[in-house]
Design a protein around this ligand. Structure first.
Ligand SMILES: Nc1ncnc2c1ncn2[C@@H]1O[C@H](COP(=O)(O)OP(=O)(O)OP(=O)(O)O)[C@@H](O)[C@H]1O
Ligand SMILES: [Mg+2]
Length: 342
């Protein structure tokens, strides 16, 4: 089992088996097999067989993972371990359909108290939701962050061959990493990025040994604290614009809060303002969501004015009309705007 496609198929099969409520540990129920592999071997059996051949099994970690998850961690974080970027996986901070984040102990090559490893699930990459609207006007990049130039790669993506899909996934993850690097170097409030592997990103852990930083969405701020934090968020949005970037999925869910400080996260969908025709709408949505959160914290905000001021101060043109897909039918202000536009 060497290619990424084999790996992806295995992950998908494991996902299916999980759905069937099969406990891989107990093996109470025989998992079903797909037609893509010898019928006699279930994904769980293949996983185990592969694991036996794998030298990375020397990587033992504290976190008690289920059998499938353990193998997935070895596969995704093995290279970080081999390069001494991490020495242990301590716990899972957040598991999800799209990506899971783990708290890791740094290896000798990294001088940081703790690290966070974000690992993308292959299935989520395969079904990249609405990625098209973000990819418009944004060239695809390779694992090292360089623009793809080979016609074969570009054609494969356009034709959505399995190789093309793989290249597209790599580009999605690479964008998250190179964006973090760019933002961190520019002095933005983002976790320090350390390394990237095939499907995982290693970065500074926000929080401490016992607690991962919550997202702003889960925090009620004191009025005194809310105003300066809002200004700080706006300053970060301004830096992004000065770097010709829009977050693209900004909200209080993608800003972590720790000891009075904030850190922006989650950048694979980053948008280029100049070349994406929906950029103004996407930017307005980002600013509006931020204003919604801070209004609820007692800060007086005017999302439309703020978005337009920031946007035009960077030389971008404001389009009068807002694309209805960026309007919320349940929001009276959005409904009013829609009526005005019609
Ligand atoms: N550097 C970090 N330090 C601590 N916790 C982190 C870090 N990065 C991410 N997390 C945790 O993992 C969660 C998910 O991260 P992120 O938003 O990047 O992934 P996601 O796939 O978009 O997940 P979601 O769909 O939940 O937003 C965050 O909400 C946060 O709880
Ligand atoms: Mg997120």
């Amino acid at each position: 089992m060497n290619t990424n496609n084999d790996l992806y198929e295995l992950f998908d099969d494991l996902d299916d088996e999980e759905k069937l409520n099969t406990t891989l540990e107990s093996g109470k129920r025989r998992p079903r097999t797909t037609g893509k592999h010898p019928k006699s071997l279930s994904a769980a059996d293949r996983l185990f067989k592969h694991k036996q051949d794998d030298s990375r099994t020397t990587f033992k970690f504290t976190y008690k993972a289920a059998r499938f998850e353990e193998w997935w961690l070895l596969e995704s974080l093995g290279a970080f371990y081999e390069h001494k970027w991490i020495s242990d996986v301590l716990r899972r901070v957040k598991g999800g359909k799209e990506a899971s984040v783990y708290q890791c102990k740094p290896g000798v090559e990294v001088d940081a108290p703790l690290l966070a490893a974000k690992i993308y699930r292959p299935r989520s990459l395969r079904n990249l939701k609405n990625d098209q609207q973000y990819r418009v006007g944004r060239h695809d990049i390779d694992e090292d962050g360089h623009a793809l130039w080979k016609e074969a790669d570009i054609n494969a993506i356009a034709k959505r061959t399995s190789y093309g899909e793989e290249v597209r996934h790599q580009s999605w993850i690479a964008y998250e990493f190179v964006t973090m690097e760019k933002f961190f170097e520019a002095g933005m409030d983002v976790p320090k990025p350390y390394a990237k592997e095939k499907n995982s990103i290693l970065m500074e852990f926000i929080g401490d040994a016992a607690t991962a930083a919550p997202a702003l969405s889960g925090i009620s701020l004191d009025r005194d604290e809310a105003k300066p934090l809002f200004e700080r968020v706006v300053r970060n949005i301004d830096i992004m614009l000065s770097l010709d970037r829009i977050h693209g999925d900004l909200s209080a869910y993608n800003i972590l809060y720790w000891q009075g400080e904030i850190k922006f996260i989650d950048f694979p969908q980053v948008v280029f303002p100049e070349s994406n025709p929906s950029s103004w709408g996407i930017f307005q949505r980002d600013v509006t969501r931020i204003c919604q959160y801070f209004s609820a914290q007692g800060v007086r905000t005017d999302a439309r004015k703020l978005a337009a001021d920031l946007w035009t101060s960077h030389g971008h043109r404001v389009f009068e009309k807002v694309d209805p897909k960026y309007l919320d039918p349940n929001d009276p202000n959005d409904r009013k705007l829609w009526d005005q536009q019609r």
